[in-house]
Design a protein around this ligand. Structure first.
Ligand code: NAD
Ligand code: MG
Length: 397
């Protein structure tokens, strides 16, 4: 990952593509873009299934091209854009065409490993990519980071913890870092007993105390799987070994990431818990624009607290750490099984307590069957991904 971004010609608005434009991160992008008139120009927007929402988004942002993944939303997209001169298309090739659309920056904010295809298309086009879609790196970290180098692309970390660390690093070589810490809010169940967590409802899991996010990452935050995915993300983004990576629970969500050096110096990134800060940092990089978020008021906050994560009550973090340490295809399988388990929980098919069990059993079965070799290519990663999805889905059935 390079600490640089292609500059636009002086004064010209920066051309953006938004993958996942209708989601939580997509909306944070829209707010920053609309709050900074003349700075950005949205070329293309991509959404999953809700054609009417994507049409509204394309109109609001003045996009030239709107691509939707699911054919079921295509009619609504076309109807919503009737009378507007906005090109529309549907399906995986349309998503990749949007990702390759001429642009200065591509925001990768589709949820899940399904974001890998369009993100990879942007990498092949040598783009600067603001990466929110952590599942891309968990699913296929090594082949993706190799492709980034090969195609001269750049990944800017948009996940708040990684964004804070990227800023704290300030271009220094990550090999100088002796410990890289990402913080976790602890989620809605931080103080709950294991018994109560196991029976948590969908509404309870989605009620995050600090962040407003899409449903999948909200559930991952409640189980602390999100922190596990983020450790794996940090490993690939910063080429930092697993043993130098740490998690600290910090309920106020003001300090997002810290890096410690050999002399004991520690640099931290602080911001209020609002994704517009990391979004604005990535969109404007290497410049700065207003995000609409104030800097933290330390006197008003008065107290910042830190505690260890409890791996007994939150086994998903333990399982993810083990997958990171194991390497090879274990993170790929972990991510795929987790996607199936979270979808099953959101659909009411499994209890919250079953989430880590589905993931661990899938990993164990894949280890036993010799199905987690190192994925040397995107195709190999996707083969492991689909095998793990099938095994996890069978467990749910
Ligand atoms: P979300 O559910 O709110 O939005 C997801 C977006 O992806 C939507 O635009 C949706 O239409 C699109 N999408 C869904 N399925 C798709 C498909 N098959 N093909 C194409 N598009 C599809 O999710 P979110 O909270 O915005 O999170 C997006 C990504 O950013 C996730 O990887 C998440 O882990 C990461 N992230 C989110 C936050 C946050 O605060 N929301 C913070 C850090 C990282
Ligand atoms: Mg995060």
């Amino acid at each position: 990952m390079k600490n640089s971004s292609r500059a636009t010609s002086a004064g010209a608005p920066k051309r953006l593509v938004l993958l996942g434009a209708t989601g939580s991160i997509g909306k944070s992008c829209a707010r920053v873009i609309l709050d900074n008139p003349g700075r950005f120009c949205v070329e293309a927007v991509v959404g999953g299934r809700d054609g009417a929402a994507l049409a509204r988004c394309a109109i609001e942002l003045g996009a030239k091209f709107a691509a939707i993944a699911d054919a079921s939303g295509y009619a609504d997209l076309k109807a919503g854009l009737a009378g507007h001169r906005i090109e529309v298309a549907c399906g995986p090739q349309a998503l990749e065409a949007a990702a390759r659309w001429p642009a200065d920056l591509v925001v990768s904010a589709i949820v899940g490993a399904v974001g890998l295809g369009p993100t990879y298309a942007a990498i092949e086009a040598g783009r600067v990519i603001a990466l929110a879609n952590k599942e891309t790196l968990v699913c296929a970290g090594a082949p993706v980071t190799r492709a980034v180098k090969r195609h001269g692309a750049t990944l800017l970390p948009l996940d708040s913890e990684h964004n804070a660390i990227f800023q704290a690093l300030g271009g220094r070589d990550p090999s100088e870092v002796v410990c890289m810490t990402i913080t976790a809010s602890g989620g809605p169940f931080r103080e709950w007993s294991a018994q109560r967590i196991a029976k948590a409802t969908r509404a309870e899991a989605l009620a995050h105390p600090k962040w407003s996010m899409g449903p999948k990452i909200s559930v991952d935050s409640a189980s602390l799987m999100n922190k596990g995915l983020e450790l794996i993300e940090a490993h690939h983004l910063f080429a930092i070994p697993a043993e130098k990576l740490a998690v600290v629970v910090h309920p106020q969500s003001i300090v997002h990431g810290l890096i410690a050096f050999a002399d004991g110096s520690t640099l931290a990134g602080l911001a209020n818990p609002d994704m517009r800060t990391a979004v604005a940092h990535c969109l404007a990089h290497p410049d700065r624009v207003a995000s609409g978020v104030a800097a933290p008021d330390l006197i008003a906050l008065s107290k910042l607290t830190f505690e260890a994560a409890d791996l007994d009550r939150f086994p998903a973090l333990r399982i993810a750490r083990e997958a990171l340490a194991e390497g090879k295809g274990a993170p790929t399988a972990l991510n795929a099984a987790n996607e199936i388990a979270v979808a099953g929980f959101l659909d009411g098919r499994i209890a919250f307590g079953a989430l880590p069990q589905v993931v661990e059993r899938t990993l164990d079965a894949m280890r036993g069957a010799g199905e987690i070799d190192m994925p040397e290519s995107i195709e190999a990663a996707l083969a492991i991904h689909h095998a793990a999805r099938d095994r996890a889905a069978a467990l749910l059935a």
